[in-house]
Design a protein around this ligand. Structure first.
Ligand SMILES: Nc1ncnc2c1ncn2[C@@H]1O[C@H](COP(=O)(O)OP(=O)(O)OP(=O)(O)O)[C@@H](O)[C@H]1O
Ligand SMILES: [Mg+2]
Length: 324
């Protein structure tokens, strides 16, 4: 039975801008099962990072958050900053796209890993923390782990730094590991190795993973389910094989049709005719209507809810049955 560790309900993220109120997330509904790997895909600007930043409580003071994010029944949206800090590094840990944003260049890898361990396990001895750090580096496939502990971040390659970040996140023993495009800054070979590593780790990592990527191929290899985001909404969600094999929503269909394997990792998915909606746009109906080949008048008047169509696939489109 599906056992959700995270349940997001009608999550909205709003910002006041000079041009009016921006809706960065427009009512996201999403669940993450215990032990599952959930992929999140969508064009650049669709709100993927905003969603995971909201889960981590890292949206900043200028944004207003509305809705609920239940982690094991506790609504994270209602927690204070101090309470959220206590959850980060314990229940929640994140691997960023660029590890240098999270690693401090002036401290050795060993010092930074030990700090994380001692914050998580305050009574651990210095020696045990160092040993734990070394074991973790070995586990993420870094050779000569004891030597690496003495290195500074800039002495490591990009792929090695990303492994260090993954080790750091896993040392927190989080219930949920969030990886926001952890492989886009890496070349294709290293990307494949990191994906392989995450796949291996899932066997002995008891938690769940949210994995954001532009690459449908990577998502297909790694994830159990996938959510397709567009314009601050989830337009489709379902088991990865069904959803990528037979996408229901016109947007997911376009995404899958457009996916080409040799697209460089940093090129966004911008080949669907038209443009991604601005966050200040306020369409009365479906957010994809202006680019949708199946659009009818009703689509411009009603915001479709996610609904299940079988095979646990859900999509937010008025015309699912007609266009199937
Ligand atoms: N603090 C903010 N204030 C105003 N707008 C913001 C803020 N943060 C994000 N946005 C806007 O929200 C939208 C979604 O951004 P987000 O970074 O979540 O997209 P993304 O799906 O992660 O894109 P990418 O694939 O490029 O990483 C963008 O239009 C972005 O400009
Ligand atoms: Mg992003």
């Amino acid at each position: 039975m599906f056992d959700p560790v995270l349940k997001i309900e009608n999550l909205r993220l709003l910002a006041d801008t000079k041009s009016g109120q921006a809706e960065i997330l427009r009512g996201v509904d999403l669940t993450l099962g215990r032990g599952e790997i959930l992929g999140v895909v969508g064009e650049s600007g669709s709100g993927k990072s905003s969603l995971v930043n909201a889960i981590m409580g890292l949206t900043g003071d200028s944004l207003r958050i509305d809705g609920q994010i239940h982690l094991n029944g506790t609504d994270l949206v209602s927690l204070s900053k101090a309470q959220m800090r206590a959850i980060r590094g314990h229940q929640l840990a994140m691997v960023f796209q660029d590890p240098m944003t999270a690693l401090n260049p002036v401290f050795t890898i060993g010092t930074q890993l030990s700090d994380v361990i001692r914050r998580r396990f305050p009574t651990i001895s210095k020696r045990d923390a160092k040993e734990k750090a070394e074991t973790a580096l070995g586990r993420v496939g870094l050779a000569d782990a004891h030597l690496r502990l003495e290195n500074y971040p800039l002495q490591l390659s990009g792929g090695m730094r990303q492994r260090v970040m993954i080790a750091m996140a896993l040392l927190c023993e989080p219930e949920i590991l969030i990886a926001d495009e952890p492989t886009t800054a890496l070349d294709a070979t290293i990307e494949a190795q990191i994906v392989e590593l995450l796949r291996d780790l899932r066997n002995d990592f008891a938690g769940s993973i949210i994995f954001i990527s532009h690459h449908l191929g990577t998502i297909a290899q790694l994830c159990d389910r996938v959510a397709v985001m567009y314009g601050g909404r989830v337009l489709e969600v379902g088991p990865v094989r069904e959803t990528l094999g037979h996408p229901l929503h016109p947007y997911s269909r376009a995404l899958v049709e457009c996916e080409v394997d040799d697209r460089p990792p940093d090129v966004p998915l911008s080949f669907i005719p038209g443009r991604v909606p601005e966050t200040i746009d306020k369409p009365a109906g479906c957010i994809f209507a202006s680019r949708c080949p199946f659009v009818i008048d009703a689509c411009r008047q009603l915001i479709p809810e996610l609904r299940e169509v079988g095979n646990e696939q859900k999509a937010a489109c008025l015309r699912l049955e007609e266009i199937a």
